[in-house]
Design a protein around this ligand. Structure first.
Ligand SMILES: Cc1cc2nc3c(=O)[nH]c(=O)nc-3n(C[C@H](O)[C@H](O)[C@H](O)COP(=O)(O)O)c2cc1C
Length: 359
C-alpha cells in the first residue's frame, strides 16, 4: 500500500459542479445489454450498479433518449414512465450505498440496425451516409449497419429536445446528473465530423455549423436544472464507427471553446493511444477544468494524472471483474480479469457474479 501524496489524492473527495464524488475513481460508461425488451432497466442491472457503488461516481451505460436513438440490442432508454420507474429503483440502490450516479445519454444516430429498435422508429443522421461495418442483432446475428436518412432542418430542434426531455426524466428518476455522449461515432460526433456531416445549412457546411448541434444539446440539457449537473464525453480523433474528420484538432478546439463558459460539471475525455493528438492536452487547452481522464489507466498512472491536475480518472474494464475496485486499489490487491464472451449476453453470468475480496 502506497502512502505517497499522489496515492492519497486518488482517494480524496471532490466536487464536480453539483456532483459530489467520494473519491476520484469513476466507473466509466459500459453498455452491457441487460435491459428489458422495451429498454426498461431491470433488477439485475440495479444489482450490478449497486455492487459497484463505491466508485466516486458511476456513469451508466449509454441510454437512448428516443426510440430513434436506440442502436444496440437490449440497451436501456429514458423515454417512458416504465423507464423512469426502473431507473428509480436502480438509482436508489446506488444511493443506498452512498454512491453518485449519472445517466449517459447516447443517441446512436446512424450506428444502428433496424432489428434492434422499435419498428416505428427511424434511423436518422446529419447526412444520408451509411456507416461501413456490422452490428449484432438478436434476430439475425451480425448484420450490416442500417442506412440512415438525413434529418431535415426543421426536425433538428425536436432531436435536441429529446436530450432535454431525457434529462428531465433522469432527474425524475433521481439521477445526480447526466452525461452527453459526444464520442465514438454517435449522433453528436456525426454532426461534428466532416466525414459524416455533408450538410450545407446551419448545422453543417462550416466549423460553426458542425458544432451547432452538440452545443445546442448541451445547452438544452443544462437548461433543465443547471449546467453544473451536466457533463459530456469526447474522444477526438477516434475512428470508431467509421468516423473521420479532416481537422480533428480544429473541430474540437472550436467545440470545447463554445462549451467553456457554460459552467458544465466536467469534460470526460478519452485519450487515444496510437494517434498523434494528445487529447488530454487538447482538452486542457481548449476546455480547462474539470477533466475526467479515461482509457487504459492502471493505478500508478491514474495517481500521476490526478496529481497533474485531472479531477478524476475513469475505469471501464477494470470494474467488470472487480465490483470492489476502489478497495482493491486502496489495498493494493489483485485486479481480476473478466470474461469477454459474457460482455453483452443476457443474464447474471459474467455480470453480477464477480466476487469481491470478502466473498
Ligand atoms: C463492454 C464495454 C461497453 C462500453 N460501452 C460504452 C458506452 O455505452 N458508452 C461509452 O461512452 N463508452 C463505452 N465504452 C468505452 C469505455 O467507457 C472506456 O472508454 C474504454 O473501455 C476504455 O477504458 P478502460 O481502459 O478503463 O476500459 C465501453 C467499453 C466496454 C469495454
Amino acid at each position: 500500500m502506497s502512502s505517497s501524496p499522489q496515492a492519497r489524492a486518488l482517494f480524496e473527495p471532490i466536487e464536480l459542479g453539483r456532483l459530489g464524488l467520494r473519491n476520484r475513481i469513476v466507473m466509466a460508461p459500459m453498455t452491457r445489454s441487460r435491459a428489458g425488451a422495451g429498454g426498461e432497466p431491470t433488477e439485475l442491472m440495479a444489482l450490478y450498479y449497486r455492487q459497484r457503488a463505491d466508485a466516486g461516481m458511476i456513469v451508466t451505460e449509454g441510454i437512448f433518449p428516443s426510440a430513434d436513438g436506440k442502436g444496440y440490442c437490449r440497451t436501456p432508454g429514458l423515454v417512458t414512465r416504465a423507464h423512469v420507474d426502473g431507473w428509480r429503483k436502480l438509482v436508489d440502490a446506488v444511493h443506498d450505498r452512498g454512491g453518485t450516479i449519472v445517466a449517459q445519454l447516447m443517441h446512436c444516430g446512424r450506428i444502428t440496425h433496424v432489428d434492434n429498435k422499435d419498428p416505428k422508429s427511424e434511423t436518422v443522421a446529419p447526412s444520408a451516409i451509411r456507416a461501413q461495418g456490422e452490428m449484432f442483432t438478436d434476430t439475425r446475428g451480425m448484420q450490416p449497419i442500417s442506412e440512415p436518412r438525413a434529418l431535415q432542418l426543421e426536425e433538428i430542434p425536436g432531436v435536441v429536445a429529446e436530450f432535454a426531455r431525457a434529462t428531465e426524466l433522469a432527474y425524475d428518476a433521481g439521477f445526480d446528473g447526466v452525461e452527453a455522449h459526444c464520442a465514438s461515432g454517435y449522433l453528436p460526433a456525426q454532426f461534428l465530423s466532416t466525414g459524416t456531416n455533408l450538410r450545407d445549412d446551419a448545422y453543417g457546411g462550416s466549423l460553426e455549423g458542425r458544432i451547432r448541434f452538440p452545443v445546442e444539446v448541451l445547452e438544452a440539457m443544462a437548461a433543465v436544472d443547471g449546467a453544473d449537473r451536466v457533463g459530456f464525453r469526447i474522444c477526438p480523433g477516434n475512428p470508431f464507427n467509421d468516423l473521420s474528420d479532416e481537422n480533428v484538432e480544429e473541430t474540437f478546439t472550436a467545440f470545447l471553446g463554445a462549451l467553456r463558459d457554460l459552467g458544465l460539471a466536467y469534460c470526460h475525455v478519452i485519450r487515444l493511444h496510437g494517434v498523434e493528438l494528445d487529447n488530454l492536452e487538447l482538452a486542457r487547452k481548449a476546455w480547462g477544468e474539470p477533466l475526467i481522464a479515461n482509457d487504459s489507466y492502471k493505478r500508478p498512472e491514474a495517481e500521476e494524472i490526478v496529481d497533474s491536475g485531472a479531477a478524476a480518472v475513469s475505469f471501464a474494464r477494470a470494474f467488470i471483474g472487480n465490483p470492489d475496485l476502489v478497495r482493491r486499489f486502496r489495498e493494493g490487491a489483485e485486479i481480476s480479469r473478466f470474461d469477454a464472451h459474457k460482455l453483452y449476453t443476457p443474464g447474471p453470468e459474467g455480470y453480477t457474479d464477480y466476487p469481491t475480496l470478502d466473498d
